[in-house]
Design a protein around this ligand. Structure first.
Ligand SMILES: NC(=O)c1ccc[n+]([C@@H]2O[C@H](COP(=O)([O-])OP(=O)(O)OC[C@H]3O[C@@H](n4cnc5c(N)ncnc54)[C@H](O)[C@@H]3O)[C@@H](O)[C@H]2O)c1
Length: 343
């Protein structure tokens, strides 16, 4: 039986956990009772910040009957195991993206969420941006006509130290590359707006960093609807993030979404629908606030979260499909680095 407030446990107190903490602090109907991280400094800092109990071993959170739901914000390669353990312990789960590293694990998570009757939500906060919501409404209303083209471009920069200073980033087992870590947000939006893909061809390469996984990729897509499209993504856009753009073209109209947080329209031409001004450049926790608001309300009102396991699985499945089809091409060692690895 849920109380009026959802009582969360937070597992993983690194960079993204700060956004969950900010978000929950602003929600009247949720609170964090306990935090866990294997790093003593991080867990102590998070516990102090939210006045919660702290554990070095997350399994203590799972043993607590007063905790309704857990947020899993650990390295991606741990998501499946921790989610399955949490569901098995009777907790609802909100897991960071990607929900798992393999489709098989995602399927186990979805299955256990069903059998245990516990919610499984996945953090894809860009779906909650005002611009994304307006575009989704326009696509669903049919006002863009028949969809012809859908593409996502992610031209970002991550210095070598982003990878080197953490043991898991850029590894195939715990993170994946630019598709699995960064562009998966944009792939999620693309599939949400355009529907499933039924054919693809792709290249991926490690061109500017000393990492196992790809830092650059490009894919041509054919959607089941017959529309075509593409994904291009890199973390080599030295010296700074250049753009993240989603382009949707229909027989009656076209939209280009962009902005620093994919939260504004660079172009809008939809017949009989004037461009609505959108609130841009919200604080960096804002997307997580919307995800947590939706997740909390879904638990209190007994509905599924807007982005549940089945939705979260779609972008993971597309990335895995690209990974299975395409070996990683590597920049020859000893050559000039595009991304200045010592930065
Ligand atoms: N939705 C978003 O916008 C967004 C943004 C950043 C990261 N993420 C995702 O969030 C996850 C975490 O990313 P991050 O940038 O916060 O990473 P991070 O390395 O900063 O934090 C991960 C934390 O997990 C802890 N941890 C590792 N193993 C653990 C274990 N066995 N038990 C308890 N704690 C453990 C680490 O000590 C660390 O504090 C990743 O899956 C990433 O893809 C999502």
């Amino acid at each position: 039986m849920l109380s009026e407030k959802i009582r969360f446990g937070l597992i993983g107190c690194g960079a993204v956990a700060a956004k969950h903490i900010e978000a929950i602090g602003r929600l009247r109907n949720s609170t964090i009772l306990a935090v866990a991280d294997k790093d003593r400094c991080r867990v102590q800092e998070a516990a102090n910040r939210v006045s919660a109990d702290m554990y070095l071993d997350y399994r203590f959170i799972l043993d607590r009957p007063d905790i309704d739901a857990v947020i899993i914000a650990t390295p991606s390669g741990l998501h499946a195991k921790m989610t399955l353990e949490s569901l098995d312990a009777g907790k609802h789960v909100l897991v960071e993206k990607p929900m798992a590293m393999t489709v098989e694990d995602a399927d186990l998570m979805i299955e256990m969420s069903g059998s245990k009757k516990k919610a499984l939500g996945v953090v894809y906060h860009n779906r909650f941006n005002q611009a994304s919501q307006i575009l989704k409404t326009a696509v669903e209303s049919g006002k863009l006509g028949r969809l012809i083209w859908g593409s996502a471009s992610v031209r970002w920069y991550r210095p070598q130290k982003y990878y080197s200073e953490s043991g898991w980033r850029g590894t195939e087992a715990m993170d994946g590359g630019v598709l699995m870590n960064q562009a998966i947000h944009h792939i999620d939006l693309l599939l949400w707006l355009m529907g499933d893909v039924d054919q693809l061809s792709a290249f991926r390469a490690t061109l500017g960093h000393d990492i196992e996984a790809e830092d650059t990729a490009v894919a041509s897509l054919r959607f089941r609807s017959g529309a075509l499209g593409s994904i291009d993504a890199t973390t080599c856009a030295y010296p700074e993030n250049l753009e993240e753009t989603l382009t949707i073209i229909g027989t009656q109209g076209s939209v280009v979404m962009g902005g620093k947080k994919l939260d504004s329209f660079r172009f809008w031409n939809v017949p009989s629908v004037p461009m609505t001004p959108v609130l841009e450049d919200r604080p960096n926790w804002y997307g997580h606030y919307e995800v947590l608001r939706d997740f909390t309300e879904s638990l209190l009102h007994g509905r599924a979260p807007s982005v549940d396991g089945t939705e979260g699985r779609k972008s993971l499945a597309l990335v895995r499909w690209i990974y299975q089809q395409t070996p990683i091409m590597r920049f020859p060692r000893g050559g000039d680095s595009l991304c200045k690895p010592t930065n």
